[in-house]
Design a protein around this ligand. Structure first.
Ligand code: AHR
Length: 810
């Protein structure tokens, strides 16, 4: 009460004595902006916008991007405590009211949404009516509200926006301006002294991968299945216009039918029933953009079938003209579902084959029609595409975060990734709509993820939703009672279902680590892995809005995991950005709950990385650590090139320096199938026949294969060491557990940089050493690392280059 009175006093004092400016609040027509402000000294002046196109507050309601609207924002001060309140309509169809609060119009607290404006707290509104008007600002006519404010409010706003705009300008610095920016810059000469006595331990898990099924990363990608829609479960909610026949074609007399009567399994209710009058009817599937075949390789074709009177199926792999490369016949003898399997060996290689199934006269039901190359990664059944898995393995990732991102927390509560639906026999797994607008068979499910981690020697890092779906959810769920709960983060798992939701998470840990006598340990053993997978980490939440709905559920899960599995390291979440409400509140919660690690995400300009080299130097030591779980440098047009790669390499030298507070990092996203990208850039692109690592991939690979567990600080001296120059030079020296010394040097300048290492202080023996050099013009998309020999203690860093030297311990 006392606090309110003081606030009221200050508020009325401010309004009485300092109200000598006018502020106008508005958003652009059709809600196509966030909250904008304009100001003037007095009515004789015209309105000036505060910042050019600057949104002080953006609506978070509803799905991504342009769906997020701010219509008719009303700004006013809370009658009770003087805080600013903004209420607006976030949904063009109406029916929802959004509200956010701020002490200063700069820092905004989490948004709240109401089914109707009548649900808003009544006592917050001012007594006097708001002053509505229309003004012209930046040549646009807009409607909004006029407020009297003191000059300090305007000054603070202008200073804040100016700083933001200056930063934005810095962050948009591009290498293409370097010839101007660094005109006349001479090659640099630097003396580098390793400070061995100041060495300190750092994480040895800095480089990992984040695998998410987006851009066809799993089905049609890493998961080696060659048949698309093998389960006949595609449907219109996976993707508009899809159905059980998507991917399949029939020809000949008769018509196949999709049926649901007595299916193979309730989780997989659709199958195809074929009745052939004269044996001419056939069914074909051309996989994911054609089936790639390699001559003389083995392909396992399998399916479940039943036939009332028996049937003989002719199975062929053929090209589009009907040339047959492999064939087999299978007799279906039972009227009950039975599993059939046959190996096919094509006589020629073919980039784009089809599988054709031609039943004899009569009828047959088919489901789970699958074609797998025998040569999968580590030759595992139901395995992974070898070339792709090997490309990931070559990064030497210390951990794998899976199954998402957005896929993990899903589009609405009903779409949260339920791990239990992803294990067991393939026919009993629950297909799941992919938030990225396609279908997940979940043939690559939790068992396969754990197995992959083990196969590549990486720690598994599963991420479960924190009882809330994606903050950008667009889909209603069976729990939705109104428009607010049907959209967005506010729709958490209902409290009465949280116990069972939490139990699922505890069961996941038991599945990974439990003895085979436990319920879920036994399931793992039955799947072929009696030994535990030795899970050490679990992520709870993915860049969620830190609302009350989130917080309450997060705490429940966190407490339960800690109580039952104190040895498991929980990784929390701090929103989708490196600043802002969720970042701040996420960190507050982390401090409060002493969460061991939190997951930060930021996709930023290369200029942000170059200008924030000290981001983690400023972090507090000894508390919660950081997992930079999703990050990448984004240029306009979203290419991967030398500029993005070098900015990332620079930043990774800083991450190594901060390896006492940063525990892990993973570039995102990892995989993308050409012509099916939901997102760019990605680390590795592929099509059916080839894998194309990007320039950024090589940076990750070099760091991944040259990590250490001790950081050796350096001092750098030279003639020309101004901040603008030095922020484009990165030098990191680490030592690994075998006492090998690894030097990583990034030169993001357009001139050569010569380095002389102080060998005395470092004990480095002068002589010839192999170096890996990645360099090229900043816009090059094809640069690859090459090996060269350097003569220490001198190293010349080429313009726009990343050089790594390993000094093996003898
Ligand atoms: O990496 C792509 C997406 O970016 C992830 O799914 C999500 O977590 C983030 O928004």
């Amino acid at each position: 009460m006392k606090k309110i009175l003081i606030a009221l006093f200050l508020f009325s004092a401010a309004t009485a004595f300092g109200a000598n400016r006018e502020l106008f609040s508005y958003s652009l027509p059709k809600g196509n902006s966030g909250l904008r402000l304009a100001w003037r000294n007095d009515t004789s002046e015209s309105w000036k916008s505060i910042g050019r196109n600057f949104n002080l507050l953006k609506s978070d309601f509803g799905p991504w991007g342009s769906h997020k609207k701010m219509l008719s924002p009303k700004l006013f001060r809370n009658r009770l405590d003087g805080q600013w309140i903004c209420i607006w309509t976030p949904d063009p169809e109406g029916g929802v009211t959004a509200m956010a609060t701020s002490p200063d119009l700069i820092k905004w607290l989490p948004q709240r949404y109401f089914v109707s404006s009548s649900d808003l707290p009544r006592d917050i509104f001012p007594d006097a009516p708001l002053r509505h008007d229309s003004i012209t600002v930046d040549s646009i006519k807009v409607g909004g509200y006029i407020h009297s404010v003191d000059s300090l409010t305007i000054e603070n706003l202008l200073a804040y926006v100016e700083k933001k705009e200056q930063l934005a300008e810095k962050y948009s610095e591009r290498c293409s301006e370097d010839s101007k920016r660094f005109a006349g810059l001479k090659p640099l000469d630097l003396r580098v002294t390793p400070l061995l006595s100041e060495a300190y331990p750092i994480s040895d898990k800095l480089i990992g991968v984040f695998f998410e099924d987006l851009s066809y990363a799993a089905d049609g990608g890493l998961y080696a299945e060659l048949i698309r829609n093998r389960d006949f479960e595609f449907n219109g909610s996976d993707h508009q216009g899809w159905d059980s026949m998507t991917g399949w074609e029939s020809k000949g007399n008769g018509k196949p039918e999709i049926m649901t009567l007595n299916p193979l399994h309730a989780n997989n209710p659709h199958y195809i029933s074929i009745t052939s009058e004269d044996g001419s009817l056939s069914l074909s599937n051309n996989g994911f953009d054609g089936i790639p075949l390699t001559r003389d390789d083995k392909y396992n074709l399998s399916f479940y079938a039943r036939s009332p009177k028996g049937n003989t199926l002719m199975l062929t792999l053929e090209d589009a003209n009907g040339n047959k490369y492999a064939k087999a016949t299978v007799k279906v003898k039972s009227d009950k579902w039975r599993f059939y399997s046959v190996d096919l060996k094509p006589s020629v290689s073919c980039n784009s084959a089809v599988l054709r199934i031609t039943p004899g006269k009569g009828s047959v039901d088919l489901d789970m029609v699958s074609l797998f190359p025998a040569k999968t990664f580590k030759n595992r059944r139901n395995g992974l595409r070898k070339d792709l898995a090997e490309t990931i393995q070559a990064l030497n990732p210390r951990f794998v975060r899976f199954p998402g991102g957005c896929v993990a927390h899903g589009d609405g509560v009903d779409n949260i990734y339920d791990w239990k639906g992803s294990i067991g026999q393939l026919y009993e797994r629950k297909p799941l709509r992919n938030i990225w607008n396609y279908h997940q068979t979940r043939g690559l499910g939790y068992y396969e993820y754990f197995q992959f981690c083990e196969d590549i020697g990486a720690e598994p890092l599963p991420v479960v939703a924190a009882g809330v779906p994606c903050q950008n959810s667009a889909s209603p769920s069976h729990h939705s009672v109104d428009k607010v709960t049907s959209l967005g983060q506010q729709n958490g798992v209902p409290m009465e279902e949280m116990d069972s939701y939490i139990q699922d998470i505890l069961d996941l840990i038991e599945y990974a680590n439990g003895d085979i006598k436990t319920k879920w340990g036994r399931r793992r053993a039955m799947a072929g892995h009696p030994k535990p997978f030795n899970l050490k980490y679990i992520g709870i939440g993915n860049e969620d809005m830190i609302t009350e709905v989130f917080e309450s559920r997060f705490r429940m899960i966190y407490d339960a995991v800690r109580e039952k599995y104190p040895d498991i390291t929980v990784i929390g979440t701090v929103g989708p950005f490196y600043e802002g409400t969720d970042y701040e509140r996420g960190w507050e919660l982390a401090d409060q709950l002493q969460i061991p690690i939190v997951d930060e995400h930021y996709y930023v300009d290369p200029g942000w990385l170059v200008n924030n080299r000290d981001f983690y130097d400023k972090y507090r030591r000894g508390g919660t650590k950081v997992y930079l779980g999703e990050w990448a440098a984004h240029l306009p047009g979203r290419p991967n090139n030398v500029e993005t790669a070098l900015a990332e390499a620079l930043y990774l030298t800083d991450i190594e320096r901060n390896g006492d507070v940063v525990e892990m990092t993973s570039y995102a996203p990892l995989l993308a199938k050409r012509d099916h990208t939901n997102w760019n850039p990605d680390l590795i692109y592929f099509d059916n026949l080839s894998v194309s690592p990007t320039v950024d991939y090589y940076v990750q690979k070099i760091f991944g294969n040259n990590s250490g567990n001790t950081y050796i600080p350096v001092s750098i001296e030279g003639e020309n060491t101004g901040a603008d120059i030095m922020k484009r030079i990165g030098i990191s020296i680490v030592k690994d557990d075998k006492d090998n010394l690894i030097l990583k040097m990034v030169n993001m300048l357009p001139v050569e940089t010569s380095i002389r290492l102080d060998t005395e202080s470092s004990g480095i023996v002068p002589g010839e050493y192999t170096a890996i050099v990645l360099n090229g013009a900043p816009d090059s998309k094809v640069a690859v690392p090459v090996e060269t020999v350097v003569s220490l203690p001198d190293i010349t860093l080429q313009p726009y280059s990343f050089t790594t030297v390993r000094i093996e311990h003898k």
